[in-house]
Design a protein around this ligand. Sequence first.
Ligand SMILES: *[C@@H]1O[C@H](CO)[C@@H](O)[C@H](O)[C@H]1NC(C)=O
Ligand SMILES: *[C@@H]1O[C@H](CO)[C@@H](O)[C@H](O)[C@H]1NC(C)=O
Ligand SMILES: *[C@@H]1O[C@H](CO)[C@@H](O)[C@H](O)[C@H]1NC(C)=O
Ligand SMILES: *[C@@H]1O[C@H](CO)[C@@H](O)[C@H](O)[C@H]1NC(C)=O
Ligand SMILES: *[C@@H]1O[C@H](CO)[C@@H](O)[C@H](O)[C@H]1NC(C)=O
Ligand SMILES: *[C@@H]1O[C@H](CO)[C@@H](O)[C@H](O)[C@H]1NC(C)=O
Ligand SMILES: *[C@@H]1O[C@H](CO)[C@@H](O)[C@H](O)[C@H]1NC(C)=O
Ligand SMILES: *[C@@H]1O[C@H](CO)[C@@H](O)[C@H](O)[C@H]1NC(C)=O
Ligand SMILES: *[C@@H]1O[C@H](CO)[C@@H](O)[C@H](O)[C@H]1NC(C)=O
Length: 395
Amino acid sequence: MKSSFAFSSLSFFVLALGSVARVNGELNCSSIFVPVQVQVEAPFINLTVPVNQSEVTNLIQQFLTVTSNIAGKSIVGTQNISAHYEIFGKLCTPHGVLPNGTLEIATHGVGFSNFYWDLGGDDSPNNYAASAVAAGHSIFYYDRLGTGNSSKPDGIQEVQLGVEVEVAHGVVEYFKNGNAGISFGRIIGVGHSVGSLVTLGVTQTHPTDFEDVVLTGLAINNTLAVLLSVSSIGSQIAAQEFPERFGDLPNSYLALEGLSNLQVIMVQFPFFNQSLIEFSFQNTATFTIGELVSLLLVENVKADKFTGRVLVLTGASDLPFCGGDCSQTVGDTSVTLVEAVQIFYPAASNFTTFVPANTGHAINLQDSAPESYAFIENWIGSANDDTVIGVSLVV
Ligand SMILES: *[C@@H]1O[C@H](CO)[C@@H](O)[C@H](O)[C@H]1NC(C)=O
Ligand SMILES: *[C@@H]1O[C@H](CO)[C@@H](O)[C@H](O)[C@H]1NC(C)=O
Ligand SMILES: *[C@@H]1O[C@H](CO)[C@@H](O)[C@H](O)[C@H]1NC(C)=O
Ligand SMILES: *[C@@H]1O[C@H](CO)[C@@H](O)[C@H](O)[C@H]1NC(C)=O
Ligand SMILES: *[C@@H]1O[C@H](CO)[C@@H](O)[C@H](O)[C@H]1NC(C)=O
Ligand SMILES: *[C@@H]1O[C@H](CO)[C@@H](O)[C@H](O)[C@H]1NC(C)=O
Ligand SMILES: *[C@@H]1O[C@H](CO)[C@@H](O)[C@H](O)[C@H]1NC(C)=O
Ligand SMILES: *[C@@H]1O[C@H](CO)[C@@H](O)[C@H](O)[C@H]1NC(C)=O
Ligand SMILES: *[C@@H]1O[C@H](CO)[C@@H](O)[C@H](O)[C@H]1NC(C)=O
């Protein structure tokens, strides 16, 4: 399988970087390690592991220099990656889960691990997984490759988007093959930020994996905004900044610098819960040099064989993808940066956008989370209007 995030024509510097009815009340969650065998032709990134912070900072500076063409220079051909990974995640189902129901597979973004999807505990309004289960859906939310309890391979060649797409595909196969002991009738891909890019990549390389997809915290055509956030994240060598948590990791694994870096990129003030953002910083996960470089390849994506439905839900003040204002339009058109995502999906059966107000990049941290969740779960459920899943949704 050839990676969607493979180098093709990178001729210029692009993107350098309600209420829902409850079923049976509580969630039934269990932790799983999913074994994934990956076989993928991915970009070969000709960079070496930085020896110190000064080299990392230099790399970020090259990344931000509009004429440096770091992707063009560092991606020199492809390589075949064949590897086995263990992917950690949590499977939550409604009590007495119905056979042939809906499973959401959720992929988090940079700075987070699986905890992004269950912030604040079972009864929290910021718990995405609980809202999915309350809508009668099951959900598997996992630690992306290189984060949390999942495998932590080479942070330049392996922890990059093209490989992560195959990891997500492996997770889908695991459930489709019934390895979790439950069979599902539909599988929906749900992503946040880089997790949305991973989900998008799956719809390109494995167009029948997901019935429908929900891409949150995503917009396109604002390269400057992406640069701004790469700059604002304050990339530090993870092992040096958090030796007690990441001391064993190579210098290709990075972490954001402080709580303020998280706030500036992820949320709109003051519409967020301070204790949840502090929790997020205490539990912040690493990202890698391979991920930063492969972010530059997004423009090569075209999911033209995906015929399911697509929902893009992005906060009105999203910084990393909209530069803080998602009402901006593309060129001379009236198409917003969020609506522009449709260009990747010429064959989708439905393309819907939702832009919650007073909301930044990390939807789940904002006070608007319940509104976003209601929209998402009802949208997922709306495909089933004429089928029976035994749950009625009320907005
Ligand atoms: C990788 O980069 C080094 C310089 O950093 C260069 O000497 C070498 O030729 C490059 N390798 C390839 C395959 O381009
Ligand atoms: C970091 O390593 C480079 C060698 O690549 C060296 O030139 C530089 O002085 C080092 N910086 C620090 C602060 O140690
Ligand atoms: C990767 O494997 C494929 C299929 O076996 C082969 O066609 C391709 O040339 C290989 N690529 C590299 C860079 O070795
Ligand atoms: C809870 O989920 C597990 C699988 O994750 C399943 O085996 C078990 O039957 C479920 N329990 C209830 C009460 O639904
Ligand atoms: C913020 O989240 C914490 C943890 O879930 C919760 O205890 C607290 O009540 C929340 N605060 C507000 C103002 O919602
Ligand atoms: C890793 O798994 C253990 C239980 O197996 C759990 O206690 C811990 O919270 C997990 N770590 C993360 C980052 O989810
Ligand atoms: C399972 O669900 C799918 C999609 O919701 C539906 O097309 C299929 O007919 C269902 N199969 C059974 C055996 O109920
Ligand atoms: C918008 O972004 C897409 C995907 O990267 C690209 O194909 C398209 O040319 C861009 N359009 C404009 C007007 O920048
Ligand atoms: C797409 O789906 C939404 C929500 O289900 C619906 O309101 C809208 O009419 C659909 N759009 C088209 C063009 O079918």
